[in-house]
Structure formats: structure tokens, C-alpha cells
Design a binder for this molecule. Structure first.
Ligand code: ARG
Length: 264
């Protein structure tokens, strides 16, 4: 055998060793012995209800798109998900995670630079944009149309921040949760409300006396959050999300809550 023809054989042997190395270390790397949970045997999730179709109460159960995704993580960890309903302010500020109220926060929460300082996000799992909800037939299609009018915002949200910057001349009326915000629009206490497109489209489906009249292309992406530095859990979530996208479980869950296939 010449030296030249021996080279590929050596290269192949080396590649084979590498491959074997990978497959044999993977199970322990992804098995998560270093993941510690605030309540043993449970994956405790902080969220803020109602926020359908991401999380809301259905009878005694809490259901939704985010709930199903976190269930995939819980089952990978061989524990059950337990959900804690708590104001969005403490979720988005990182307080609930840092005081170990929860292991994860899954609340249709947008990844932002400010929040990244106080908690750590998984890779994005959903895209959203701010949108405007009004009573049907009202002439409010832009933020400029709301000058001198009352505009509902949800406390601590990206919609509130957007309105503070862009809804010049509107009177912002703050609501603690989405349910209060949408009913203020429906009953005419406010001219319009701003929130994420997914939840507003979900609301108008069952409330044909209301409509979504604008989207503001804020280009938001939702992430599941863990306390700063909890890389073991964050990596596990990323791995579960990636696997679920690959094997179709993400699409199935998406279809269940949105009725269509995801666009990307
Ligand atoms: N996506 C928006 C934000 O992150 C609103 C999220 C509100 N979520 C909730 N479960 N209440 O600010």
C-alpha cells in the first residue's frame, strides 16, 4: 500500500472514533444530572393568566401553547409541570425566577435586551408583533388616530413600552392582565387596546363585535426564561425545542392552538 492510499483509511478510522465518541457521551450530556429544580419532582412554571392561546384556564386546568411546550421539557426531565399564576411584572423583571418561585417562566414573553440582563432566555420559539384591538366599526387604525383617546395597555409588557414611545397624545390606561384589557375595549371603556397579535386574533374569533385594525411589525420573539446562569436547564429547553421542531411535535402543538401550520 502506498503512503498516498493509506491516508484516506486513517482519516476514516479517525472519523469513526469521533463518531463513537459523540454517541457515547451524548446521553449523559443531555440527561441533565446538573439540573436542580425548586420543588423536587416538579418543573415549576411561572406564568400570568389569562393569555390565550398561550396560557389560560379551562375548567380546573391551565392549558395552552406554552403549557404544551413546557410539558415536553417536563416529560424529558421525567417530572410533572406545575404552573404558578403570578403578575407579569415579577415574571418579566426576573424577580420570580431569582427568588426561586419557579424554574422557568413561559408567558408569551418577548425576548428583550433589558430582560436579558435579569434572566436568561431559551432560543426563540414563537414570533409576534404588537397589534391594535378596537370595537368593530371604530375609526382607529393607527396610533395617530388615538390622539386624545384612551388606549389600553397591559402592565409591564412590550405593548406598554411601545405605546409609551409611539402613541403620542393618547391617554394610556394601564390594566393588570389581558382579560381586563380586552373587556375594557369590548365594553367601550377605552377606544382601543394594544397587545400581541396572537392573543388579540384569538380574542376576536370569539368576539365578532371587536376587530384587529393594525399590526405594528415590532418583530418580537418569545423565549422561555430561566434564572440567570441556569445553563443546564436553558440548554435542556433548547434541546427539547430543537428536537420538537425536527420531529413534528412543535408543528402538532402549533396546529392545535392556531389551527394552521407554522409559517417558518
Ligand atoms: N409579549 C409581551 C411581553 O413580553 C406580553 C406578554 C404578556 N404575557 C402574559 N402571560 N400576560 O411583554
Amino acid at each position: 500500500m502506498s503512503a498516498r492510499s493509506a491516508l484516506p483509511a486513517i482519516a476514516t478510522a479517525a472519523a469513526a472514533v469521533l463518531l463513537i465518541g459523540c454517541t457515547s457521551t451524548e446521553p449523559s450530556a443531555s440527561g441533565g444530572p446538573d439540573i436542580s429544580l425548586v420543588k423536587s419532582g416538579k418543573l415549576t412554571t411561572c406564568t400570568h393568566l389569562p393569555y390565550p392561546p398561550f396560557q389560560s384556564r379551562q375548567g380546573k386546568k391551565i392549558v395552552g401553547f406554552d403549557v404544551d411546550l413546557v410539558d415536553l421539557v417536563a416529560s424529558e426531565l421525567k417530572v410533572k409541570q406545575e404552573i404558578v399564576d403570578t403578575p407579569f411584572e415579577g415574571i418579566q423583571s426576573g424577580e420570580d425566577l431569582n427568588t426561586s418561585t419557579c424554574d422557568v417562566a413561559a408567558a408569551g414573553m418577548t425576548i428583550t435586551a433589558v430582560r436579558e440582563k435579569n434572566l436568561d432566555f431559551s432560543r426563540p420559539y414563537f414570533e409576534a408583533t404588537q397589534a391594535l384591538l378596537t370595537r368593530k366599526g371604530k375609526p382607529y387604525r393607527t396610533l395617530a388616530d388615538l390622539k386624545g383617546k384612551r388606549l389600553a395597555v397591559q402592565q409591564g409588557t412590550t405593548g406598554e413600552t411601545y405605546a409609551q414611545k409611539r402613541a403620542v397624545g393618547a391617554t394610556l390606561v394601564q390594566f393588570e392582565d389581558l382579560g381586563l384589557l380586552v373587556s375594557a375595549v369590548k365594553t367601550g371603556q377605552v377606544a382601543a387596546g394594544i397587545n400581541d397579535n396572537g392573543v388579540l386574533y384569538d380574542f376576536v374569533k370569539d368576539n365578532p363585535d371587536t376587530e384587529v385594525t393594525a399590526e405594528f411589525s415590532t418583530g418580537e420573539k418569545y423565549g422561555i426564561a430561566v434564572r440567570t446562569g441556569n445553563d443546564a436547564l436553558r440548554k435542556k429547553i433548547n434541546q427539547v425545542l430543537a428536537d420538537a421542531k425536527k420531529d413534528g411535535r412543535y408543528d402538532t402543538i402549533y396546529r392545535k392552538w392556531f389551527g394552521t401550520a407554522p409559517s417558518s
